[in-house]
Design a protein around this ligand. Structure first.
Ligand SMILES: [Zn+2]
Length: 645
């Protein structure tokens, strides 16, 4: 079972990084006619060896060849891998990890950097020539397999004519400053080529760090109109920290949920993983590391990814003297760019560049760092916001610090009370999507519409402009199956008008039946037609009864349990987090500034503490809790059938 799961995981990871995306349909004339430049995510640009005459030779990196090479390497290393796999059955994943690491080193060895932070071999990405990498000409000029971020291009070309989309090619092994300089050259070329005086930037992940660095260094030139930095690695990624320090602890359930979101899997497998001890995945990864570090350990970009607060710690993992050149460059980046990035982005906005950030929140980092994140990029680094430790939230009555925005009329505290955006790089222009995974902006209609409006219009000048696009909102990725909200209250809040709760079936495949709706932190009941089967996309309304206390900045949550008819894993639940906003602020206890993010599940109230602990250790608490909620919902409904009883 374990091995099956690990093979399944490996296949899914490969599929998910290859990228899948939803189709958009509406086109509007109101969109900006500036050219759009896609600044791609990490590893998305193919790389080639450079021949003696300067022409591009053999392709040495790209997802298209990785799959081929993997198959080839698998055949070659099969005896080694097999011996690793046999040992795995005896309880050790060491040999398998080492074999995979060695295979990676052999396969990708030409991509290594030296201690000066330079490529050992002469390697380059595709030429950044607008007449070659215009979206509609790309396939003609290059092999169609060489598109970077092709799913993003395919989504954007529903809104922008293909001849106005340009693909920026990146040697992602180099740092953000190197690539920001290349981006500046490319923007100038695209302006010349199109005859336009400005461009729009759509930057993803590593591309977000490159674009932010570009804005820091070249923003004053005024060459950019709208810049959307989505799931951006502005403040780095804890994945780099986990990899370079070897402190890996794979979060398999998070990883699987990530994959479900990427592939629109409407089946839920992550619950299965919670009951499987999968420590062997860590053993494989940890033993793969030496091989992987031979290839990528000195990449400037990996060092640029180190979060500012952890940067110096990682020096002890390398020979500082031999790596002096690399460390000088990445230290300069951390001290001069990363440390001042908020100020630079705000200066760009003051000078008329519409910079916006769209970030995912609410997930752990897949490689083990316990940071509130989109699974890859910690939310505090992506946005500059003050974020409570993962699993915690700010206590009731918390007041935003106001580091950047001190306007008392603005509420920059997330309804989940985990994020204080008043000290973000851009408090008025940062959108947080709770539950959205890394790189999944175009995998749901809500985030796609948000990103497209920010990229192609000026109809969202800030987070206060349109109640349909509030600063904080939960993801609508259909892998979550349901989306719940109070109809007449601002998104994320419960107030005196919260009289109707609506639940939407996000599935495009399955009919859904709501089994129970349960409020935590409040005495609320949700009355409605639980028996009804909701068609894909359909919503059901529930009348909210009970007492909403006359208090503000207090936390509540609503958990919806449901059955997805016909799904392989039909029963599941989703919790939505709210702030009560109905009177005087709750008293803030400065002695206890943090509280647990999640309420104690109702089942814990009826079980003894040792039993709860045993269930938690076995990874079964969530599962048992879900069934308890389902039964509770059933009992309540029976009670409603016989109101006199
Ligand atoms: Zn503000």
């Amino acid at each position: 079972m374990k091995k099956l799961l690990s093979v399944f995981l490996a296949v899914c990871i490969l599929l998910s990084v290859c990228g899948f995306s939803a189709a958009a349909e509406d086109t509007a004339d109101a969109y900006s006619d500036y050219p759009v430049i896609i600044v791609p995510g990490y590893g998305a640009s193919p790389l080639f060896s450079v021949n003696g005459d300067g022409s591009l030779g053999e392709q040495v990196w790209g997802w298209n060849i990785i799959m081929d090479r993997l198959t080839e390497q698998l055949k070659k290393s099969f005896p080694e891998l097999l011996s690793g796999a046999v040992t795995l059955t005896l309880g050790s994943a060491k040999e398998l990890g080492e074999a995979l690491g060695n295979a990676a080193a052999e396969m990708l060895g030409t991509l290594a950097f030296n201690g000066d932070g330079e490529s050992v071999y002469n390697i380059a990405p595709l030429p950044n020539d607008p007449s070659l990498c215009r979206w509609d000409l790309f396939e003609e000029n290059f092999d169609g397999d060489l598109y970077s971020e092709k799913e993003i291009g395919r989504t954007l070309d529903d809104y922008v004519p293909e001849d106005r989309i340009f693909n920026f090619a990146v040697d992602f092994r180099y740092g953000a400053q190197y690539n920001a300089e290349k981006l500046d050259e490319f923007i100038c070329r695209v302006k010349d080529y199109t005859g336009k005086d400005k461009v729009n930037l759509y930057a993803v992940s590593h591309g977000g760090q490159v674009a932010a660095t570009y804005l820091h260094r070249y923003g004053d030139k005024g060459d950019v109109y709208n810049a959307v930095l989505t799931v951006p690695a502005i403040g780095g990624s804890y994945v780099a920290y986990d990899v370079l320090t070897g402190s890996l602890a794979a979060q398999e359930d998070e990883l699987l949920l990530f994959i479900e979101n990427a592939l629109y899997l409407e089946q839920d497998f992550e619950m299965l993983l919670k009951t499987q001890p999968l420590g062997f995945v860590d053993d494989i990864l940890i033993n793969m590391l030496p091989g992987l570090k031979q290839v990528a350990g000195l990449w400037e970009s990996l060092w640029d990814f180190l979060p500012y607060e952890r940067y110096r710690e990682v020096f002890s993992t390398v020979d500082e003297e031999a790596c002096a050149g690399l460390l000088a460059k990445t230290t300069e980046f951390h001290e001069n760019v990363m440390a001042n990035i908020g100020e630079s982005l705000r200066r760009c906005r003051e000078n008329g560049i519409n910079v916006s950030i769209v970030a995912g929140t609410g997930n752990a980092i897949v490689t083990g760092s316990q940071q509130n994140s989109d699974a890859i990029i910690h939310t505090s680094g992506a946005t500059g916001a003050k974020v409570a430790p993962l699993g915690k939230r700010f206590a009731n009555g918390y007041i935003c610090e106001g580091g950047v925005c001190g306007d008392p009329a603005h509420d920059h505290l997330s309804p989940s009370m985990e994020i204080d955006a008043s000290c973000a790089y851009l408090p008025e222009n940062t959108w947080f999507v709770d539950g959205m995974f890394h790189g999944m902006t175009f995998n749901e209609d809500y985030a796609e519409e948000l990103a497209v409006r920010l990229l192609l219009t000026d109809t969202l000048p800030d987070v206060h402009a349109d109640p349909a696009f509030p600063q904080f909102r939960a993801s609508e990725n259909r892998a979550y199956a349901v989306y719940g909200s109070f109809v007449d209250s601002p998104s994320g809040y419960i107030d005196k008008d919260s009289a109707v709760y609506t639940v939407k079936n996000l599935s495009e495949e399955y009919e859904l039946r709501i089994l129970s709706i349960y409020a935590d932190g409040l005495d609320l009941r949700f009355e409605g037609d639980y028996g009804r089967l909701l068609a894909p996309g359909e919503s059901a309304d529930f009348r909210v009864t009970g007492r909403i206390p006359a208090v503000s900045t207090a936390r509540a949550a609503v958990t919806v349990t449901f059955r997805l008819k016909g799904s392989y894993t039909p029963y599941n639940h989703r919790t939505f987090r709210y702030t009560v906003n109905n009177g005087a602020p709750a008293r803030y206890d400065a002695e206890n500034p943090l509280a647990d993010r999640d309420f104690t599940p109702p089942v814990a109230a009826v079980l003894s503490e040792p039993v709860v602990n045993i269930l938690q250790k076995a990874g079964l608490l969530e599962f048992v809790s879900m069934w308890f909620n389902i039964l509770l919902g059933l009992l309540m409904r029976i009670k409603n059938l016989f109101p006199a009883a």
